[in-house]
Ligand binder design. Structure first.
Ligand SMILES: NC(=O)c1ccc[n+]([C@@H]2O[C@H](COP(=O)([O-])OP(=O)(O)OC[C@H]3O[C@@H](n4cnc5c(N)ncnc54)[C@H](O)[C@@H]3O)[C@@H](O)[C@H]2O)c1
Ligand SMILES: N[C@H](CO)Cc1c[nH]c[nH+]1
Ligand SMILES: [Zn+2]
Length: 439
């Protein structure tokens, strides 16, 4: 097993800022290789469609097929999976789906309009997207919960067609993933992953229909591919390797905190788990818990790599400084494991999801609390939000001038248009002014 190296930092040390920047940064050489490889995959998929998709699926997912039809899962197979899984799993999926649907219903935006004094009608028409692609990760683990988190907001929004892609390395299909797709009402499922799946959805192939927007989390290849195809299609955000930052006042059981850190570290060697506390003895105790518990974990190797390469235990002088460190990192998940989370949350400006108090394990949010678990990573919580119904709705402005309104505002438009030297704009507005003057 990988040697476990635990990075300890102190916010009061002179080199803290640099050390933190190094911890958060990706290795540039890895970045470069990933970018190159993703661009190549996308180019090939755009040029050669199904043929390239099948080649990359064979190469990266060890899944050889003679035709693309073999990479689509039928609706009947989804239903069969729903019947095949143990009732305990089906009940858990349905319980989670109910809470996720209930939470997301509240995000749905409706169209609105109002009339001003001239009788002019102004408003906003809200409509669902026609067709979306959901990326459900599946390289190192299968994520039925991510099927629910991606698909249910799309269904609540009323999206016309929901296409899901999920890699099935070596052709091993996970029945819980398929069952979740049946529960959520996904329309079509393809067993594709990585940049080739993102390319197929963005450009369309002979078999995979092009979508309007691609949402969902994935590894660094998926996140990079989404960044590359943005503009051809919409994307939700960059939701890459998972992250957790725990702020603890030192009074939570250290084993609980160690396991909370593991809960994200076990996703990926590139996941990031950070603990921030003003209590040095508590940091020691959590370090002991980590060393004690890693060997007991099924995914201990991934956890050890992730904690060693990207994890840290950070000492701060007080909870205010803890909040400042957290704001700088803008983590995907932030646990406030403190006596008074309501007070501390006031100081938090950037985080994908905030877990309030000692009992709120981040893992509950991953599965069944109700809010979405697809969240901005890599500091992008500074400017983006959790996946939600709003990602599947778009807005059109509505403008309906009355004759009186056209006359009044036509004069304003005319002055502004002539100021910009745009005569056609000006005269188009003036026609309506003059027409009203004649009447
Ligand atoms: N933010 C969230 O909501 C959320 C939810 C679940 C999982 N996650 C994250 O999603 C990620 C899942 O990663 P994963 O790897 O298990 O599954 P994944 O589906 O994201 O990636 C698997 C795909 O990566 C591609 N790939 C792998 N190695 C490659 C290479 N060398 N070159 C080109 N392509 C390659 C393959 O095509 C494969 O199909 C983890 O980082 C996890 O932390 C995030
Ligand atoms: N923690 C992931 C989001 O970063 C979501 C997830 C799915 N299953 C378990 N966890
Ligand atoms: Zn998780």
């Amino acid at each position: 097993m990988t040697d476990l190296t635990i990075t300890r930092l102190s916010a009061s040390d002179a080199g803290f800022d640099d050390a933190l920047s190094r911890l958060l940064a990706w290795d540039d050489s890895v970045d470069h290789q990933v970018n190159e490889s993703v661009r190549h995959i996308l180019r090939e998929v755009k040029l050669r469609g199904d043929e390239a998709v099948m080649e990359f699926t064979a190469k990266f997912d060890q899944l050889e097929v003679a035709s693309m039809a073999e990479l689509e899962i039928s609706a009947a197979r989804l239903e069969q999976a729903l019947d095949a899984i143990p009732s305990e799993q089906r009940d858990a999926l349905e319980a989670a789906a109910d809470r996720i649907r209930d939470y997301h219903q509240r995000q749905k935006q409706d169209s609105w309009q109002y009339q001003d004094a001239d009788g002019t009608v102004l408003g906003q028409r809200v409509t669902p997207l026609d067709r979306v692609g959901l990326y459900v990760p599946g390289g190192k683990a299968a994520y039925p919960s991510s099927v629910l988190m991606n698909a249910l907001p799309a269904k609540v929004a009323g999206v016309g067609e929901v296409i899901m892609v999920v890699p099935t390395p070596a052709g091993v299909v996970n029945d819980m993933v398929l069952a979740a797709a049946a529960i959520a009402g996904v329309d079509r499922v393809f067993t594709l992953g990585g940049a080739q799946a993102v390319g197929a959805l963005a450009y369309g192939t002979e078999t995979v229909p092009a979508v309007d927007k691609i949402v969902g989390p994935g590894n660094i290849f998926v996140a990079t591919a989404k960044r590359e195809v943005f503009g051809t299609v919409g994307i939700d955000m960059i939701a890459g390797p998972s992250e957790i930052l725990v702020i603890c006042d030192g009074n939570t059981d250290p084993d609980w905190i160690a396991m909370d850190l593991f809960s994200q570290a076990e996703h990926d060697e590139q996941a990031q788990s950070i603990l921030v506390s003003p209590d040095a003895a508590f940091l020691d105790a959590v370090e002991d818990s980590i060393r004690k518990l890693v060997p007991t974990m099924e995914r201990g190797e991934i956890i050890a790599r992730s904690l060693s390469d990207r994890g840290a235990l950070i000492q701060v002088k007080d909870l205010d400084e803890a909040a400042a460190v957290s704001n700088r990192i803008a983590p995907e998940h932030l646990e406030l494991s403190v006596e008074n989370p309501e007070q501390l949350v006031e100081r938090i400006r950037h985080a994908g999801a905030i877990f309030m108090g000692r009992y709120t394990a981040e893992a509950l949010g991953d599965y069944c609390a109700g809010p979405n678990h697809v969240l901005p990573t890599s500091g992008t919580a500074r400017f983006s939000s959790p996946l939600g119904v709003y990602d599947f709705q778009k807005r059109s402005s509505l403008i309906g001038f009355s004759a009186a309104g056209a006359a009044r505002m036509g004069q304003v438009a005319s002055v502004l248009a002539r100021g910009e030297g745009l005569t056609a704009h000006a005269r188009s507005a003036e026609y309506r002014v003059d027409m009203n003057r004649d009447q």
